[in-house]
Design a protein around this ligand. Structure first.
Ligand code: G3D
Ligand code: MG
Length: 188
């Protein structure tokens, strides 16, 4: 399966660095110039939620290149068709945690209630944010979270694998299961 996921979060929280850590495969250079985003791809094999064996998930990872104030039209194009949100904040700047609600809500207005994964980045630096604040925010969205560092690589692979698994569970999970419940259970 092929899925689009969007990274959101304030300027300088580490979105581009996290993607660079996770994937180096460039997708389409021209596209990024036109709408100010960069799309990278990475294939992850996750346990198949429906049957024994592995499921190959091709993640198309969208990165915002500019600042927060990008226009409504670009915003729609950026968020359209997203199957998952990676919401990134910076553990050294508390205000970046608060603004994630606005980011997540604006993706959901375009893409619907897709799974969210919260990354509290720059875990290698001294924290100005209490982990509980991040945990509470994640809980509001039935989401899981990780403390990451794009610098050391801490938890970077794990959290992308986690979101790939949650999305695949949503689409390939047991048909009798309520999709939302499947997602939450997989996140725990
Ligand atoms: P953005 O894409 O969200 O705007 P960037 O953020 O990936 O461009 O990162 C912003 C700055 O934070 C960069 O520093 C980058 O090196 C740094 N950074 C990103 N992630 C981490 C991390 O986990 N730990 C530390 N210590 N620094 C990080 P510069 O100086 O290049 O602006
Ligand atoms: Mg960036």
């Amino acid at each position: 399966m092929k899925v689009k996921i969007c990274l959101v979060g304030d300027f300088q929280v580490g979105k581009t660095s996290l993607i660079r850590r996770f994937v180096l495969d460039q997708f389409d250079e021209r596209y990024l110039e036109t709408i100010g985003t960069k799309v990278s791809k990475k294939i992850i094999n996750v346990d198949n939620p429906a049957e024994d064996g592995l499921l190959s998930v091709k993640l198309m990872v969208w990165d915002i290149m500019g600042r927060k104030e990008f226009g409504d039209l670009l915003r729609e194009a950026y968020f359209y068709g997203a199957k998952g949100i990676v919401a990134v904040c910076d553990l050294t700047r508390p205000e970046t945690v608060d603004s994630l609600r606005e980011w997540i809500d604006s993706v959901m207005r375009v893409a619907g209630e897709v799974p969210v994964h919260v990354l509290a980045n720059k875990a290698d630096l001294e924290h100005e944010v209490d982990e509980k604040v991040v945990a509470d925010l994640a809980a509001e969205y039935g989401s899981s979270y990780h403390l990451t560092s794009a610098k050391t690589g801490k938890n970077v692979e794990v959290c992308f694998a986690d979101i790939a698994l949650r999305i695949s569970a949503l689409y390939f999970g047991a048909p009798e299961a309520e999709p939302k419940e499947t997602v939450t259970a997989a996140a725990d």
